[in-house]
Design a protein around this ligand. Structure first.
Ligand code: ADP
Ligand code: MG
Length: 311
């Protein structure tokens, strides 16, 4: 269980994390989604005691990170997979982690297997690893102490679609065993594939949170009929918003039962009737990303420092 309450982090006059409150529940994979610069890494660094908050609190398993007796056995952390020592082999890095945590040597081989790094790969120096291999090794380091909580910052960076599915299955298994997972990403698609619950952050603030189903559901219906124009007209006269999609289907804010009833009353045959795909989250996220990029462009004017001088 992860609990963050009213967390704020200021750097001078800049607020990187602004009154963030969120929970990540055991048995669930919680995705922390936000464009670059939104405040994800700062929040996670505070969570593991690497940065002090300006105000608010962050607890893991009911305690502050510094109060955990053997943190590696309780919380697995991956903050920056490219920070691993390039001159060591993957096996050496894991062996060191195992020794620090007082784990058996056998745990090294078991964990390598769990993240699908082969003997040969584990024997290579990390500087010769692909980003995807570094991520697997980083996840191995987080997993080796058999923790209850995983905190992973952008763990899917550099993974191909098969790698992302692999990670989903791994984290699913971890959560099904009762573990708590908080993972961040700046890509909606990754979070959609991997997470059960989603927390969206933009410009340091939480802008949405809920289950994936809740956030992806549009609350609209999608219907195909032999006569979409008539169906659309009927729905409109019943007071609903209607859009005929480019592929000739009807999209409306009426619920499924209403669409079915109206079609039935009008004697129209439906060949498809289902909940419409949600564009809500995607649109919100695109807007957040666009805003952040605009902010970056406007930064020199946004700050009241003379032009041409570093802020
Ligand atoms: N040590 C720091 N000093 C000043 N600004 C910082 C510092 N660390 C992060 N920031 C700023 O805080 C914001 C959030 O950063 P970060 O948490 O890394 O975002 P994310 O991980 O979502 O991309 C960014 O604008 C970043 O430049
Ligand atoms: Mg980050």
């Amino acid at each position: 269980m992860i609990q963050i309450d009213g967390l704020t982090k200021r750097y001078g006059r800049f607020t990187a994390v602004n009154n963030v409150t969120l929970t990540a529940e055991p048995g669930r994979v919680t995705g922390f989604l936000g464009p670059n610069g939104a405040g994800k890494s700062t929040t996670m660094r505070i969570l593991v005691g690497l940065t002090d908050p300006s105000s608010g609190s962050a607890h893991l398993l009911g305690r502050h990170f510094s109060q955990l007796p053997n943190p590696g056995r309780e919380v697995g952390v991956l903050l920056d997979a490219s920070a691993q020592h390039g001159g060591r082999t993957g096996r050496e890095i894991l062996t060191l982690a195992a020794r620090t945590m007082g784990l058996s040597k056998a745990s090294v081989g078991e964990t390598l297997e769990r993240v699908s790094l082969t003997e040969e790969e584990a024997g290579r120096r990390v500087r010769n690893y692909s980003l995807g291999m570094r991520q697997r090794l980083g996840i191995a380091t987080a997993l080796i102490g058999d923790p209850e909580v995983l905190i992973l910052d952008e763990p899917a960076n550099g993974l191909d679609p098969a790698g992302i599915r692999w990670m989903r299955d791994l984290l699913r298994g971890f959560a099904d065993d009762g573990g708590t997972v908080l993972l961040s990403s700046h890509l909606l698609h990754e979070i959609e594939v991997i997470a059960d619950d989603i927390v969206v952050i933009g410009n340091g603030r939480i802008v949405a949170q809920g289950t994936k189903q809740e956030l992806l559901a549009s609350g609209e219906s999608y219907a195909r009929s032999s006569d979409p124009t008539s169906l659309g007209r009927m729905l409109q006269s019943a007071g609903h918003n209607v859009e005929i999609t480019t592929d000739g289907a009807v999209r409306t804010d009426a619920d499924l039962a209403t669409v079915g009833q109206i079609a039935f009353d009008a004697g129209l045959v439906l060949s498809e009737l289902r909940a419409a795909d949600g564009a809500g989250l995607e649109e919100m996220f695109l807007q957040l990303t666009a805003e952040t990029q605009r902010d970056h462009l406007e930064t020199p004017e946004g700050l009241d420092t003379p032009k041409g001088k570093a802020a």
